[in-house]
Design a protein around this ligand. Structure first.
Ligand code: ZN
Length: 340
């Protein structure tokens, strides 16, 4: 393994933009498929690896939906969540804010309380058994409209599980204006949750402005198009509003045409705080370590630079100050003692 890759592999990390169902690796999908062998998902590991080989965005949607179809009861939810944490532990991810879409499960008939209990059980087990601290971002699937927003806000505010820290908005941006979700974000923010919508991944900088002004975004999911608007970049830098950058995902969804043209360098040069994330890692054929390697190449970073990037994620996470200080120290100690 090249020296920088081995540095990244051992580096303690935090991840802020990664989806629950989108993190189901072939190993996890095989376990779920074994529980529900009547579906279209192959259970044989080799066929499953082929099924997971990313072809294009339509194929991604197909894989994603067939995994959603395998999550039918609370035990599936618990298994998925715990096993995602196991994959994180293997990458030395110590803390993750996992974007969870309760609406996908409740509309399939899993009761909201059972859903919340399942993720909370998995969270507690992951922390004590695997050393991975999970927190939740409950997100609105934008394509499902206002009824989904209402249901998501209701579950977030009424059930408010201990691990819940933030409220998000995902799905397509084109034809789904951010502003219509303002009342739901207002409610979530009033209930003490942080606002972290996706914006500017497949649409221009105006969507990012809308996320800031209408949804009071504290961090922006992706924000890829921010570099098209120098005034926006300056605003993000001045107000220290971080971008959750997911390079390989952006390439896979054609938000960027070429990784070498990813705007991460322009963001950093403009003084914007960036974090590196994997989004839907197995479905895009990546993981967080690979994303750090990509970022290190695009930003020309040495181990100290990579460690600084990892600390960005800690700094702008929603963990408490004691936990932040502990993880920062862990990163510093690792970096100081690492021998490549
Ligand atoms: Zn995302």
């Amino acid at each position: 393994m090249p020296a920088l890759d081995s540095f990244i592999a051992g580096l303690p990390k935090a991840e802020l933009h990664v989806h629950h169902v989108g993190s189901a690796s072939p190993r996890i999908v095989a376990e779920l498929a074994a529980r529900h062998p009547d579906g279209p998902v192959p259970t044989d590991p080799e066929a499953l690896a082929d099924f997971f080989t990313f072809r294009d965005f339509a194929h991604f949607v197909e894989v994603y939906l067939s995994v959603v179809d395998l999550i039918r009861d609370a035990e599936d939810v618990r298994l998925l969540t715990y096993e995602v944490a196991r994959d994180m532990a293997r990458q030395n991810i110590r803390y993750a804010e996992l974007t969870v879409t309760p609406y996908s499960s409740t509309r399939r008939g899993i009761p909201d309380a059972a859903f919340v209990e399942a993720i909370e059980d998995a969270r507690k087990a992951a922390e004590s058994e695997l050393g991975v601290v999970l927190r939740w971002c409950f997100d609105i699937p934008g394509e499902a409209g206002l009824a989904a927003a209402e249901e998501t806000a209701r579950i977030a505010c009424d059930l408010k599980p201990e691990g819940l820290v933030s409220f998000g908005l995902g799905g397509p941006e084109i034809g789904v204006p951010r502003g219509q979700f303002k009342p739901f974000f207002d409610r979530a923010i009033a209930a003490g949750l942080h606002s972290v919508p996706h914006a500017g991944e497949t649409t221009g900088p105006q969507t990012i402005w809308d996320a800031l002004t209408e949804l009071r975004a504290e961090r922006i999911g992706h924000g890829t198009s921010a570099t098209q608007d120098p005034r926006l970049l300056a605003h993000l830098a001045e107000h220290r509003i971080p971008l959750e950058v997911c390079p390989t995902s952006n390439l896979a969804t054609r938000a960027v045409t070429d990784l070498d043209r990813h705007p991460i360098k322009e963001m950093v040069s403009a003084g914007v705080l960036v974090t590196v994330n994997s989004d839907d890692p197995p479905m895009f054929g990546t993981d967080l370590n690979t994303e750090y390697a990509v970022a290190a190449r695009l930003l020309d970073l040495d181990p100290q630079g990579i460690a600084a990037l990892a600390k960005n994620a800690v700094d702008v996470s929603f963990m408490d100050e004691t936990a932040k200080a502990r993880l920062r120290t862990e990163i510093d100690t690792y970096t100081a003692t690492w021998r490549g």
